[in-house]
Design a protein around this ligand. Structure first.
Ligand code: ADP
Ligand code: MG
Length: 349
């Protein structure tokens, strides 16, 4: 029997969109990318590329008419856009999930309501609210919406810092700063039938709030290993999730595991799955949203990954690499400070 494979539409054409498109190609699935950046790297990997603003109805309608399923590489697409598309074609993960995860207040409440711990936090809508939550200081003030890679975050050591913030404060959360032993993430893919493939926890190192380095195995005990995996499974189930998602955790000096945030998409810390496992987070995402079966994920090797930021890419371009080193150049035209330009995965057998 000749089963027709679906055409997948991906919103977003950065490195995540590129790696999704490459994974789809590997299993013979066609990909159409919609991006608001005409120089988006995924242009080089998609079967078709549509350059459009995310609110250009005509172009979005054209995109939707050409695909069977719509998914995305970043979570900050307006809910209204995804919801509108979902009336015509299947959107996975479901748009309602983005509504929760796009907003730190809703995300943290959702996690806490399941009995899963996060840092102590409070909703903040004015400077007065910070003064009334002194027990959360020193803390980090984070905008509820549209923050990533540390953007929209301000460290508040004491109420004396408040004068430094000139603008008004609305729709933020204040989170107590925790003493981190380390940070880990769990990448999980959930399939249509509810089956899950859960990768082992990955240890992550951030510099200036941007992921710099990831490795497996993470330096954690078995209890934390399984707790991180089972919390991720519960979150994926309660979100009714289909596709690959990532749960970021803090492990405190007191060995307490806290959920930091959920990314409803493939994740930077999972780049090492391309080389270290038989099936990557990207292939698993495509498999899940296309309704394919959950195939057993097998680890090939221990691994580490370094993010290549900004101008660092220039020195990597001229390097020669060993057999266990895999260099990925995202092919971004403009080099900007701290911009993710590529990564290097090293397998450590
Ligand atoms: P983003 O959405 O930008 O990734 P995060 O909330 O994940 O923002 O914060 C980025 C990084 O900043 C974290 O991975 C961690 O290293 C550090 N960080 C954030 N919140 C806290 C906190 N409450 N205590 C200690 N470190 C934190
Ligand atoms: Mg984060």
């Amino acid at each position: 029997m000749n089963i027709q494979k679906p055409v997948v539409g991906i919103i977003g054409g950065g490195q995540l969109g590129s790696m999704l498109a490459q994974a789809a190609k590997k299993i013979n699935i066609k990909v159409i990318i919609l991006s608001d950046d005409k120089d988006a790297p995924a242009y080089n990997y998609a079967d078709q590329f549509i350059h459009s603003d995310y609110n250009d109805n005509l172009q979005i309608e054209k995109f939707v008419s050409l695909v069977d399923i719509v998914t995305f590489e970043f979570e900050n697409i307006p809910f209204e856009v995804l919801n509108k598309i979902s009336k015509i074609k299947k959107v996975l993960p479901l748009p309602k999930i983005n509504q929760i995860v796009q907003d730190r207040r809703k995300e943290k409440s959702f996690v806490n309501d399941l009995g899963i711990k996060t840092t102590e936090w409070s909703f903040i809508n004015s400077k007065e609210d910070i003064k009334n939550n002194k027990h959360l200081l020193p803390g980090i003030l984070k905008t509820c919406k549209l923050g990533y890679d540390g953007k929209g975050q301000y460290i508040i050591s004491s109420v004396n810092d408040l004068h430094k913030i000139s603008s008004g404060i609305t729709d933020c959360i204040l989170e107590k700063i925790v003493n981190l032993k380390l940070e880990i993430s769990v990448i999980i893919t959930r399939f249509h039938n509810g089956e899950c493939s859960i990768y082992e926890p990955i240890e992550n190192n951030h510099q200036e709030q941007i992921l710099k380095y990831s490795k497996i195995p993470a330096n954690i005990n078995q209890g934390i290993f399984y707790k991180a995996q089972s919390d991720a499974k519960l979150l994926a189930e309660k979100l009714d999730y289909v596709g690959t998602m990532c749960v970021e955790y803090f492990l405190t000096m007191e060995n307490e595991l806290l959920v930091n945030e959920i990314a409803p998409r493939v994740h930077n810390s999972g780049h090492l799955t391309i080389n270290a496992f038989n099936i990557s987070q990207f292939e698993n995402h495509i498999r899940a949203v296309c309704g394919l079966d959950n195939e057993k994920v097998i680890k090939i090797s221990d691994a580490e990954m370094i993010n290549i930021l900004g101008k660092e890419i220039e020195e990597y371009k001229g390097k020669s690499f060993k057999d266990n080193e895999f260099f990925f150049d995202y092919g971004k035209k403009a080099i900007k400070e701290k911009r993710k330009m590529g990564h290097l995965t090293t397998l450590n057998k």
